[in-house]
Ligand binder design. Structure first.
Ligand SMILES: Nc1ncnc2c1ncn2[C@@H]1O[C@H](COP(=O)(O)OP(=O)(O)OP(=O)(O)O)[C@@H](O)[C@H]1O
Length: 307
């Protein structure tokens, strides 16, 4: 295992077989990849491409048909290493009649964390995942997004070095998604390693340092997000305050150098940023509203009542 590798797989392969030992599915074919300490690594791929199978192999919940995986310097089959790992499964199976505090206390006890330390961690995790107002409510009353949050808190109760998150943002609204992404980044800033699977590509793009793309059990792409997304033969220039004459001059310069002016206009923000801005403004100025006939203009303040 290389010095700072937290996960290293060599020809990791999984074939699911039926009761008679006949091959049913080649779920993972000779996967070779390394995840370094302190990075956020995204495992992407369409449904059935082998993401969950990979995670279960890393946790030692499945045995490989071939190849091997080292996790935190130990063979994946050594389940004792799982004490240093946090895992958020695609669907959390939590006790519906416990509240948030009781749930985290239950899992804290499983890890033999002392009472004092448990209380400290529970308090800080509940704050971190934004469940403070719902800490005494039983989980059966939780929305999908709230259930996801308590699932993440549960995955972090043992203060893990490596965190495996299967669809961490599914079911979260844009505010919750932003908070979850901030939380994932803060885990990396604390030196932890995060591996996440997600279908929500915008979230992955935002938060991951490197990604692997699987398809039908095969690794199809691997690299830094910034490298994979950069378009090498395009040049982007963003300039503020240009006059129409200056823009025209730029067009002429591009033409003189046989360049192909693909677009020149106003860059756009992301839908996520726009959405968050509107919600924050609405919280700051309750009552302001958008009038459809004034499309493109600023929202108006409500009329001031005279009585
Ligand atoms: N217990 C099992 N028995 C037989 N086949 C299985 C089993 N679990 C998964 N598979 C098959 O293995 C392949 C990979 O499944 P896996 O759950 O790893 O995919 P995934 O990428 O996580 O998909 P999704 O995005 O839908 O969660 C699929 O064809 C799936 O049907």
């Amino acid at each position: 295992m290389t010095t700072d590798a937290v996960i290293e797989t060599r020809n990791l392969t999984k074939v699911y077989r039926d009761f008679w030992g006949r091959k049913k599915v080649d779920a993972l074919k000779s996967l070779n990849l390394t995840v370094q300490r302190g990075e956020i690594f995204g495992l992407l791929g369409p449904n059935g491409s082998g993401k969950t199978t990979s995670i279960k192999l890393l946790l030692g919940l499945l045995f490989p048909s071939n190849g091997e995986a080292l996790v935190l310097g130990k063979p994946a089959s050594d389940v004792a290493k799982n004490e240093r790992i946090g895992y958020l499964p695609e669907e959390s199976y939590l006790y519906r009649f416990l509240n948030a505090e009781e749930t985290l206390d239950f899992y804290g006890r499983l890890f033999d964390i002392s009472g004092k330390e448990r209380r400290k961690r529970i308090d800080s995790l509940i704050q971190q995942v934004g469940l403070n107002r719902a800490r005494k409510r039983v989980l059966k009353e939780y929305s999908k997004g709230m259930t996801r949050r308590i699932g993440v808190a549960q995955a972090l109760i043992n203060d893990p070095e490596l965190i495996l998150l299967d669809e961490p943002t599914s079911g979260l609204d844009p505010l919750g998604t932003r908070e979850m992404k901030d939380l994932i980044r803060s885990l990396r800033d604390e030196g932890k390693t995060v591996v996440l699977c997600s279908h929500l590509l915008a979230d992955v793009q935002d938060v991951c340092d490197r990604i692997a793309i699987l398809h039908q059990g095969e690794l199809k792409e691997l690299g830094r997000v910034s490298d994979l997304l950069s378009i090498q033969d395009m040049t982007e220039i963003k300039v503020g305050g240009l006059s129409d004459e200056a823009k025209e001059e730029i067009r002429q310069v591009v033409a003189r150098h046989n360049g192909n002016l693909v677009s020149m206009g106003h860059p756009s923000t992301t839908l996520e940023d726009l959405f968050l801005k509107i919600i924050r403004e609405s919280e700051a100025h309750p009552g302001r509203r958008y009038l459809p006939e004034r499309e493109g203009e600023q929202p108006t303040e409500p009329p001031v009542s005279s009585n």
